[in-house]
Design a binder for this molecule. Structure first.
Ligand SMILES: N[C@@H](CCC(=O)N[C@@H](CS)C(=O)NCC(=O)O)C(=O)O
Length: 223
């Protein structure tokens, strides 16, 4: 079985980061296909994506030539393909909560996304903090605290050892760092654990080497 993961710019593509970190951190071999973002009529485009997926967005996982699109569908599929890796928590209650917090991240947090776009190589301390983005951040902190306290055990991650929810929240950790958001100690310690993951380090190093500037994702750059 051959796997190809089609992703966007590592500096900006928060959705691409999730399955990439999951695959890399779990030691699952894959070929990376990177497509760089473009722009049309003031909107973001992914030139070349039509070759991989009719949905027109990254990420896409190609399994033996057939696409799986959308980061949540990709992570679910990868977990199903590798049952012995326990990419979802093994405990049933923990797994239900894990699925819920991934779905919540997947379909929500619009204010945080809009005000604080992921930008790994740049820092904009204090930018993007609005009452609505603060409300999203408070909810993220609540989720992390609840998971760490109930399911963290001796490990450093939301459900102890690294699992899909950590891949889903890794881009948020990047956003909170870029905009220097002040966090309570437990949330800060969790962020540090995510920054220390070897796959996250590798992604960040590659993101810092990228030079493309995507205006759509740069609301705070000096014009
Ligand atoms: N829900 C999708 C969202 C994917 C998404 O919006 N990707 C952006 C880049 S990070 C994209 O491809 N945008 C191009 C477009 O909308 O044309 C997922 O989880 O994969």
């Amino acid at each position: 079985m051959t796997l190809q993961l089609v992703i966007g710019n590592k500096n900006y593509s928060s959705w691409s980061m999730r399955p990439w970190v999951l695959l890399r951190q779990s030691g699952i071999p894959f070929e990376e296909v990177q497509l760089k973002f473009g722009e049309r009529d003031g909107g973001l485009t992914v030139p070349g994506i039509e070759k991989y997926s009719a949905a027109g967005k990254v990420p896409v996982l190609i399994i033996d030539g057939e696409p799986v699109w959308d980061s949540l569908a990709i992570c679910e599929t990868v977990a199903e393909m590798h049952p012995t890796k326990h990419l979802w928590p093994e405990d049933e209650l923990a797994r239900r909560v894990a699925r819920s917090i991934c779905a919540e991240m997947h379909s929500g947090f619009q204010a945080l996304r809009g005000a604080m776009p992921m930008n790994i190589r740049t820092r904009y301390p204090g930018k993007g903090l609005t009452p609505k983005s603060q409300k999203d951040i408070d909810r993220v902190v609540e989720i992390w605290s609840d998971c760490r306290e109930r399911f963290g055990g001796a490990g450093n991650f939301l459900f102890g050892r690294f699992s899909i929810p950590d891949a889903f929240y890794a881009p948020v950790v990047m956003r909170l760092h870029a905009y220097a958001v002040k966090l309570p100690p437990l949330a800060q310690a969790y962020c540090e654990a995510v920054h220390e993951l070897s796959a996250v380090k590798e992604w960040k190093e590659a993101a810092r080497r990228e030079t493309e500037f995507v205006p759509e994702d740069e609301p705070y750059a000096k014009k």
